[in-house]
Design a protein around this ligand. Structure first.
Ligand code: TXA
Ligand code: MG
Length: 331
């Protein structure tokens, strides 16, 4: 067993209690949520939150989501308006993050909000995450448990591959059900703004809000500090919306009509089911990336429901990598 494999533990009442003790002492614990695995720390502990940024090599200007067991707990640190209350009632627990004003006297570390007046909050819909939050009895700051700019992990092994020795414990709860990060909705302005399409479809948000949230345009100056154009990046180059693949390419397929001839083909959903495709996306990208192929060709994904978030992640994965990417990564 390697050193990092030794940190992975199956989640049960004993390992969750151990994780809670580590977190209360300022440690870092990776845990499963319904979206992706998170790298958790006590959100009120500056030093613990600082360790998250170091472990991920994440720029300090990119704020973190605070996780709570329920909306009541989130409302003790942030200000809910009517829209937030309605969304929380309809969509929490679930893959939705709300960006809200911090309450005066908010106990969440200002490192967690990167010095902003706003705080992103979320209530995960996953039993292990819920048990852990209740056992710790403090909000947990938790970004996706990958190195900055890389593909989010949807299994405990992917966390171990990403974060080596930087984490005290990895709770293994199996593969994540949704497989895409939460949708991030900014409610601090007059109109709700979708900062990141994610596991909760835009159509559902519009339904609950009674209006369509504003969406940042591709390439616009980023509204969310985390919306860097190159993100979720595999090492292998990517080609999107292809109809055929070359013999030295990997093919990320979708639907029943798959072109032949690729060196390796993984089908996100042979039936064309977007929920299944979302759940498979990051794990399949990791497998294709590990195969050492010339490039990864990706078939078209429909631009509706979860397809929007899948397309967003693929577009970022294929975006040119800025030169300074290397500065964000451990050497
Ligand atoms: O599904 C998820 O959201 C996962 C699980 C672990 O909960 N977490 C996650 O966190 O994806 P992270 O840090 O990888 O992405 C959070 C996104 C980033 O794009 C960040 O810039 C944005 O939320 N964000 C956080 N706080 C913000 C704030 N106060 N204002 C605007 N954007 C914010
Ligand atoms: Mg992330």
């Amino acid at each position: 067993m390697t050193a990092e494999a030794a940190r992975v533990r199956e989640a049960n009442s004993e390992t969750i209690a151990k994780a809670a003790t580590l977190l209360q002492a300022g440690g870092l614990v990776a845990f499963p949520t319904e979206t992706v695995y998170g790298l958790g720390a006590d959100a009120g502990d500056d030093r613990a939150v600082a360790k998250i940024f170091a472990a991920k090599a994440r720029p300090r200007f990119n704020p973190l989501i605070a996780h709570f067991p329920d909306a009541e707990a989130a409302a003790t640190e942030t200000l809910f308006d009517v829209r937030a209350e309605r969304l929380a009632a309809a969509c929490w627990p679930g893959p939705l993050t709300l960006v809200l004003p911090r309450r005066p006297g908010c106990r969440i570390s200002s490192l967690c909000s990167a010095g902003l007046e706003t705080q992103a909050v979320r209530v995960p819909d996953q039993r292990i995450a819920q048990d852990l939050l209740r056992a710790v009895a403090r909000p947990l700051a938790a970004p996706s448990a990958n190195r900055s700019g890389r593909i989010s992990p949807t299994t405990a092994q992917a966390v171990a591959d990403e974060l080596d020795g930087a984490v005290d414990l990895i709770l293994d709860g199996g593969p994540c059900r949704v497989g895409l990060e939460s949708s991030v909705l900014d409610l601090t302005g007059e109109r709700p703004r979708l900062l990141r399409p994610g596991g909760l479809p835009l159509e559902r948000l519009a339904d609950v809000l009674g209006e369509l949230p504003e969406a940042p345009k591709a390439g616009a100056p980023f509204a969310s500090p985390g919306l860097l154009e190159s993100h979720y990046a595999p090492d292998t180059e990517m080609r999107l919306d292809v109809g055929e693949a070359a013999p030295d390419e990997g093919l990320l397929a979708f639907g029943p009509a798959v072109p032949s001839g690729a060196a390796m083909t993984l089908n996100l959903s042979p039936n064309g089911d977007l929920t299944e495709a979302a759940a498979n996306l990051f794990a399949y990208l990791r497998r294709l990336d590990a195969a050492g192929l010339q490039s990864i060709a990706v078939m078209p994904i429909p631009d509706r429901g979860l397809g929007r978030a899948i397309r967003d992640r693929l577009r970022r994965a294929a975006a040119p990598r800025p030169e300074d990417r290397r500065l964000d990564r451990p050497l």
